[in-house]
Design a protein around this ligand. Structure first.
Ligand code: B12
Length: 341
């Protein structure tokens, strides 16, 4: 499957007219375009930062409350300043943007402006024709965000075309990395996204200047065994109490591998039974796996607080664990070398 055209859409600051862009987004998605929708009332800085991080081909802006000439031009300018002018800008705004305005906007670097009466089909055709070709050679990234985004696109494209991508030593994860990688997995509907959202909130509250990256992938395409190849320091399995009978638990291999098991939606009636059954299942493993109950949708849930503390503590431990393991390995390699001599 070729990787889809990825675009970002948004409505400018002080503008709440989002019904047009919502309809356009749906049609784009229906036609196989990947859309990252940032929402309404978004600043130039927000839009450009997200566009760079998501490494989109183009930004589609829907503007109704005026100021469009300046707003679109500022987006184009900031992209240029950030070394991201390979991200193009287009948009519309029926009753507000005039043909004269559009001519000025195009002179300032906007690719296309759509007027009232344009069909959705025409917009989709435009996106496919204008942004459908893969980017050829790319300029050197100006920031780490941009570099990371370029790397991810490369991996995605190589995967889509069945090519193998060589990873340079610099790109490979090094043991010196201070970054902790926590993998979350679990069945659809268990509440992983809500839980991650709450954990990120706690992370940023504790470290206002800290940085965190969220990499999501569809497990139906890549599988969930990320812990097997050393990609993560710790695995969290998020479960829904409604997994069916106790017998089902025997079939869940991740229960053997996870470091922490979370029973989310623990306000549901079956949660207490689920906790006991999962606890008994984990006892068979004879590992120090942790079991935590959460209600991620609840603001300031004490279970999520506990999980966050545990992840913070355990991930520090897992990094030092990894380091000492590596140290032991390199020491035994050195001893073996000396013996050979
Ligand atoms: C619906 C509407 C509302 C709804 C918005 C609902 C919503 N959630 O979006 C409500 C009633 C809430 C509303 C409120 C207001 N509105 Co109003 N609203 C409109 C209206 C009638 C239609 C806009 C619309 O959605 N059209 C449907 C879309 C699909 O069609 P289109 O606009 O023709 O767009 C085409 C192309 O431009 C293209 N397109 C549009 N965007 C994009 C983006 C991309 C990426 C692409 C590819 C294409 C594209 O798609 C369409 C294809 O045919 C316009 C009048 C008008 N005729 O435009 C006023 C209008 C935009 N509103 C206006 C105003 C003033 C307001 C308020 C400030 C009123 C008030 N005093 O409270 C508030 C502000 C709200 C806010 N928070 O921003 C003014 C703006 C005037 C200006 N800028 O000078 C307008 C122009 C009405 C007028 N003539 O006075 N509004």
């Amino acid at each position: 499957m070729p990787s889809p055209i990825r675009i970002l859409t948004a409505v400018p600051i002080c503008d709440g007219h989002d019904s047009a862009i919502n309809t356009i987004n749906l049609e784009f998605i229906r036609q196989g375009i990947e859309v990252i929708y940032l929402g309404y009332h978004r600043s130039v800085g927000d839009i450009v930062r997200a566009a760079i991080q998501e490494d989109v081909r183009a930004i589609g802006i829907s503007s109704y409350n005026g100021g469009h000439i300046e707003f679109f031009a500022e987006v184009v300018d900031l992209l240029r300043k950030k070394g991201a002018d390979d991200i193009k800008v287009f948009g519309g705004g029926g009753g507000t943007i005039t043909h004269e305005d559009a001519a000025i906007m195009k002179r300032k670097g906007v690719d296309e402006v759509f007027f009232a009466g344009t069909s959705l089909e025409e917009m989709v055709k435009f996106v496919h024709q204008r942004y459908g070709k893969p980017r050829t050679k790319r300029r050197r990234a100006k920031s780490s965000d941009q570099q990371l985004a370029h790397n991810l696109t490369e991996i995605e494209q190589a995967f889509a075309s069945g090519r193998k991508r060589r990873t340079s030593n610099a790109q490979r994860r090094t043991s010196k990395s201070e970054t902790r990688v926590v993998g979350f997995t679990g069945p659809g509907g268990a509440g992983k996204t809500t839980l991650i959202d709450e954990l990120v909130l706690r992370f940023l509250n504790r470290n206002p200047k800290g940085r965190i990256a969220i990499l999501s992938h569809d497990p139906s395409v890549v599988g969930q065994g990320f812990q097997e190849n050393g990609t993560v320091d710790m695995t969290v399995l998020v479960m829904n109490p409604d997994y069916g009978s106790r017998l089902q638990l025997q079939k869940i291999a991740m229960l053997d591998l996870a470091d922490i098991v979370v029973v989310n939606k623990s306000d549901l009636q079956r949660a207490r039974t689920a906790h006991t059954e999962i606890e008994q299942r984990l006892e068979q493993n004879r590992r120090s796996q942790q079991l935590i109950d959460t209600v991620a949708k609840r603001h300031r849930d004490p279970g999520v607080d506990r999980l966050f503390d545990l992840i913070s503590k355990e991930s520090v431990a897992s990094v030092s664990d990894r380091r000492s393991k590596e140290k032991r390995l390199s020491q035994s390699a050195a001893t073996a070398k000396r013996r050979k001599k």
